[in-house]
Design a binder for this molecule. Sequence first.
Ligand code: DPP
Ligand code: ZN
Length: 876
Amino acid sequence: GQIFRLEDYKPSAYLIPGIALDFALDADETLVTARLRVERAENAPDNAPLELDGDALTLEALRINGADAPVSSYEATPDKLTIRKLPEEREFELTIVTRVLPSSNTTLMGLYVSSGVFCTQCEAEGFRRITYFLDRPDILSVYTVRMEADRKAAPLLLSNGNPVESGALENGRHFAVWHDPFPKPSYLFALVAGDLGVVTDSFTTASGREVSLGIYVEHGKEERAAYAMDALKRSMRWDEERFGREYDLDVFNIVAVSDFNMGAMENKGLNVFNDKYVLADAETATDVDFANIEAIIAHEYFHNWTGNRITCRDWFQLCLKEGLTVFRDHEFSADERSRAVKRIGEVRALRAHQFPEDQGPLAHPVRPRRYREINNFYTATVYEKGSEVVRMLRTILGEEAFRAGMDLYFERHDGQAVTIEDFLKAFEDASGRDLTQFALWYHQAGTPNVALSSRYDAEAKTLTVEIEQSVPPTPSESRKRLMHIPLAFGLVGPEGEDLAYESAEGAVVENGVIHLRKRRHTIVFKGVNARPVFSVNRGFSAPVTLCSEGRTADRLFLARHDSDPFSRWQALTTLFTDTLIAASKAVRGGKEPAFADDLVQLGLDLAADATLEEAFRALVLTLPSEADVAREIGHDIDPDAIHTARRALLETIARAGRETFGDLYEGLHDNAPFSPDARSAGRRALRNTLLEYLVLGEGTPQAARRQFDDADNMTERAGALTILAQYFHDTEDGRAALAAFEERYRDTPLVLDKWLQIQAMIPSEGAVSLVRSLMEHPHFSLANPNRVRALIGTFSMANQTAFHSADGEGYRLVADTVLALDGQNPQVAARLATAFRSWRSLDKGRREHARALLADMAGRENLSRDLADILERTLA
Ligand code: DPP
Ligand code: ZN
């Protein structure tokens, strides 16, 4: 297939400043009439043909300045319309009539039907499934959209911008016209037409403009949209206060649909959401769901400035909007909730999703230089690492200069389609700093490693720190340049306070941050009055792996005393990870795993420490996952050994903490009515974590069964069910709870997804056949991405022993599903296939099974471009 390269970017020879779209909506066959105002760009040759993108389109008519275009003047295929003979004038009008088939569109890109509702998804290249167009983000157009549809089937007609006009038509049909005054790229176009319920509200912007807010959901589900509405209003306020960004249209609408490839989409003034990220109440949503809704509502709203008002010049710049907007939504959640807990969650997610990507065959820079299929670059690297890069920028510049840079960026580029270079230039100009070396974070793939050692000289009162950076080779980038790595640090004294020092030599050290810019730095801190423990990468200031001399005593100390909560958690996590690596080695060697008492005691003490937030204490008791341990081992992985080792540590802690945990668990119960706030969520998280240990300590399911039966909210009910399923799935209690849950939520698909998910994680011999049988359940459907992700996605990501089952059957299950899905929904199929990305780090037998299946898949005929690209890169 064709490879697109960053260096090949050329501005378009034609512009389309205005477009009027007219949709005659019909589920089987919709006629789309697009009237394009086309302009020849300055400096473009007069005779350049106009090549418009299409995808699976049928051309019904083509008119140039109102007259039918002679057949000889153009050429139309499903994926391209080339017009060779164009008017002499610089400006002309093209009318293009296409025919599209919404109800048979299973790709969920372009115009499709979800539960009877017409909706669209155009990012990245879905608009070309609606009409022929210059479907690239640097073509900005003002849109006017007219829709007509059956009034009964689709009383609601929404598009971008503001409503202009609506009315009745003959034959029970009606129409509406929307106009969006802000020029936008085609990927931000959206329409929704259907019969939906609505929650309305309003928001007054800082300058006093009144905005009507609407959240549209299936009838009967309106109450479950209340939290999303609240999150939206808080997001709008926050963006004004923190970034000075005000909303710009008269209306802001959100529509929840049940079939959606992504989480949500930031179409101008009309966000379309996966209903999973809108609908929530105590009965159906966990605290994690509430937090995700808050974050995603914020994320899509924040795109209005970072993405919509200022957009990407081309898709290589995807991180320009995504990394930045993730950073903004992270900051929002940190402000709304607990900053420390939020940060730990971000880092756990980064390590779970981005690190394996960066360390495997699919590694790519935050700003990729080439792609075959852009859909495959909506990755943890672009999003999560992209956000980390913006965070580092703030660390380097400081809050004030960072904000000045953002202000300049908004001021300078409003209404434009720009690049990472433009973005960085705004910060350089606002701060007077040179960001050339820093920019490597966008250009170079791979997770840098920082190796570190320190020694204290009591007589000289110096602490000498040796730091060395290296960036590992990644596909097609064997030689790496040295990065600018900002490491926040502290010298932790005997009482836990940060020790002062007189001077630091050997690197730029300012405001508690070491700026690593060379391969090696020897930093001498002078005037340090007591032996400190060096605490580094506080707050995870840089997304690197750290390799430091393993002084266990120092880590135990930091876990108890570091003033940075992230570093406390990190110290403990490192200790747990190291001990789990050692234990899985022991298991593999046929020995009993053993765990140090002081580590177990540390876990118990932190869990019981009432001065700490409950959510933090829950994280303390959450051991590194099997995948975390596997990633740290890195090669010749045996998931069974890791599972056995981790289970042994869980049981060791459970036995040691039996009494403490029981008391804590009981003490955390309260009778207050459910509230999704962070504090209450933290309490529930800790209770659920404790429950697992309680059950393991007692060896009986009673406590979990009791919580399952008594719960008045989904967090506690699903938490208990997860434990029952994990440890007691083959007992009466486990079976009964799973059946009761299924019965209770028979008519609530999003909750039945949890039921699938919980079963997909059961680490048993029968896991593969259980999942295969659940695929036959009436609730399951390959056509719905949420179902697929809940069952097959969870199985491949969160059931290490079963997915990597030594007989290869777990791989086969995922491969079968990927192939079955590819013909319907290539995007979701390709995403599912990335589960194989770490195949080379497994032990020999598993590696062989994975390779054989990957090769078999790659050899099939008619693979989508999406899937072929992933398979090819994974095998390379
Ligand atoms: N809708 C996706 C997001 O907001 C892609 N833009 O990240
Ligand atoms: Zn986004």
